[in-house]
Ligand binder design. Structure first.
Ligand code: SF4
Ligand code: SF4
Length: 369
């Protein structure tokens, strides 16, 4: 066990079982299963770190945590529960205690087709609103697997918003995957291979700055790449961050038809990265009134999709999304994460909830261009 893991191992012992976190844990809120609460996960992590036997349900408790970190700001002991869960996954993966075919299929798909969502590589650029033209730039817009195949409005509107702002960038014809699925699955060796491959490619293209629309790609490039590789020599920006820079923000036209919306803080962009202001500034520049959720920013509510749970436990993931949808004050929700957009939209459709979910750049682009 490395230094970081041993620090986390000590934190496992610090839980006083005060249960303050229970109301803040989305998997506990919808299942009422103590095993799927922070306490249950800390107890399970302790067993895993001690190399003792774990049951299938305990393995599930580690895999069905979206690593949202909702429990962390309220924990009086400052226990880094989501990092502990991530470390427990690495230990489980090392000892081959993750018997999930679905996870294997997704990982094989990334290796064979370069994307995590079973998309046809030849259709990768179908989201592009104009013919692909090779263009050199030290800034790359990396669309991501989910926006490229499952929620193309994210990729298209981000591309258009960047163009309309006058930002110079290139895109990749064969983009590939950021590799976050390997990292989240605890397969750090496969993650390292994918990360190194991408870093080499970015280097050969002279990329100094990467703009992403997907919050998974954001966290992966910004946090997981340096975690595994030590450091990287490119800057990582979410599309909402760059568009909220003053010179671009001032170009956004107010739209008299836009009205009140609920803004949803994605866990990995909000609580985990501290980006709360930029997306709100974009909405306000467009003339929208923001109605906040009962909990927001650092205490923002998880949509239930992250860290691989949407692919493994879709029912639980959608139960969490449904409970979030039912707590939004407005019928229209804007989010800055493609995964939240996907999960919330699917839950609204499949559970018959009449709410519309849009991506941040869909709201601000000029549609008559
Ligand atoms: S990270 Fe999220 S799902 Fe996991 S234990 Fe904490 S609140 Fe619950
Ligand atoms: S809030 Fe922290 S100390 Fe209290 S039960 Fe949850 S994890 Fe344990």
């Amino acid at each position: 066990m490395d230094v970081k893991s041993s620090e986390l191992k000590k934190q496992v012992e610090q839980c006083t079982e005060c249960e303050i976190c229970f109301d803040y844990c989305p998997t506990f809120r919808v299942t009422k299963n103590r095993l799927f609460s922070p306490i249950g996960r800390l107890e399970t992590a302790k067993i895993i770190f001690n190399n003792d036997d774990v049951s299938d349900e305990q393995v599930e408790a580690i895999l069905n945590c979206p690593e949202c970190g909702e429990c962390e700001p309220v924990c009086p002991e400052s226990i880094r529960i989501s990092d502990i869960v991530a470390t427990a996954r690495v230990e489980l993966a090392k000892s081959n205690k993750i018997p999930l075919n679905r996870q294997e299929k997704i990982m094989n798909g990334i290796i064979k087709t370069g994307n995590s969502v079973r998309g046809n590589p030849e259709a990768r650029l179908n989201w592009l609103p104009e013919p692909y033209i090779e263009h050199e730039s030290d800034t790359l817009f990396f669309a991501g697997c989910l926006p490229s195949f499952l929620v193309p409005q994210v990729a298209t509107s981000s591309y258009m918003a960047l163009k309309q702002a006058g930002i110079d960038f290139q895109i990749l014809k064969e983009e590939g995957c950021c590799g976050i699925y390997f990292y989240d699955a605890g397969k750090r060796d496969l993650a390292e291979q994918e990360f190194r491959k991408n870093v080499e490619r970015f280097k050969s293209l002279g990329i100094k700055r990467i703009i992403v629309a997907c919050v998974g790609c954001y966290r992966c490039f910004k946090v997981y790449y340096p975690d595994i590789l030590g450091s990287t020599d490119f800057e990582v920006l979410h599309v909402s961050e760059i568009l909220a820079e003053q010179q671009y923000l001032s170009k956004i036209q107010k739209d008299p038809n836009e009205k009140a919306v609920t803004y949803h803080d994605p866990c990995r962009l909000g609580r985990k990265s501290g980006i709360y202001k930029a997306p709100r500034e974009l909405l306000e520049a467009r003339g929208m009134t923001i109605e906040e959720l009962p909990r927001n920013q650092e205490n923002g509510i998880c949509c239930g999709a992250g860290a691989g749970i949407r692919s493994l436990y879709a029912g639980l993931s959608m139960d969490i999304a449904e409970s979030l949808l039912n707590s939004t004050p407005e019928d229209e929700i804007v989010t800055s994460c493609s995964f939240c957009l996907f999960n919330l939209s699917q839950a609204a459709k499949k559970r018959g909830i009449n709410k519309k979910i849009r991506f941040i750049t869909e709201v601000i682009i000029e549609k008559n261009e």
